[in-house]
Design a protein around this ligand. Structure first.
Ligand code: SF4
Length: 230
């Protein structure tokens, strides 16, 4: 039996057994199972997941994808998280700077071919980083988008051969707000300026009242996800 088959079976069983478990219990299972071969990915929209995990596993690796296109507020949130929580913040970067990518592919690739841009600046750096781990956690939640409605709390990330953990998959928006308020969690200041889902600056706009929170991502395009969750 190969390691990947073991991980797949482990993930499927944990997904069933932990479906109704609280987020911290899911994280505890991940830490006990994978130790230092478990990392957390954060887009720095808020530090809910970072805080939740750091309470269980102080010093844990937190991966942040710096695409080179982030808002200053997002980079500031990353720096504040690194200074505030007991985590090992690791910034991942693409192989090419924005200038090098512009030279290779032409400027504003994000407008002409956002899938390729995300592939180069989001997907590939995360794929490379996750080679060092057996499992990774994400802050995906089911209520965020129809494409995320079926997110398991633990699943097998077959493309990478890793266990993927979504400790707050079942949380509502109110659950997140309550957690932020009760623990004084750091948030990206753009959340209070109408940005309800925050990605790269060229591909993110604020949304109006009553608009889908993710309507501001790749607005005017059929693209809805950066590709790291395929
Ligand atoms: S979100 Fe936009 S700018 Fe960022 S990597 Fe994807 S296409 Fe490029």
């Amino acid at each position: 039996m190969t390691v990947s088959v073991d991980l797949e079976q482990l993930a499927q069983r944990a997904g069933r057994e932990l479906e109704s478990a609280p987020g911290d219990e899911i994280v505890r299972w991940a830490v006990q199972t994978f130790g230092t071969r478990f990392a957390v990915a954060s887009a720095m929209q808020d530090a809910v997941l970072v805080h939740l995990v750091s309470q269980v596993a102080p010093g844990i690796d937190v991966l942040f994808l710096d695409t080179g296109y982030h808002f200053a507020e997002t980079l500031g949130t990353r720096d504040a998280v690194a200074a505030t929580y007991d985590v090992n913040l690791i910034t991942l970067t693409p192989r090419q700077t924005v200038a090098e990518q512009d030279a290779a592919y032409g400027p504003t690739l994000h407008d002409r071919d956002p899938d390729r841009c995300c592939g180069l600046r989001n997907v590939a750096p995360l794929d490379r980083a996750l080679q060092r781990y057996d499992a990774w956690a994400t802050g995906l939640r089911r209520v965020e988008a129809p494409t995320r409605a079926g997110t398991p709390v633990v699943s097998y990330d077959a493309r990478r051969g890793k266990v993927k953990i979504a400790p707050i998959a079942a949380w509502s928006d109110q659950d997140v707000e309550d957690y932020i308020a009760s623990h004084g969690i750091l948030i990206n200041p753009l959340l209070t300026a109408g940005y309800r889902s925050i990605g790269c600056a060229p591909c993110t706009r604020a949304v109006g009242a009553g608009e889908d929170p993710r309507a501001g991502r790749w607005a005017g395009s059929v693209k809805t996800e950066c590709g790291i969750h395929r």
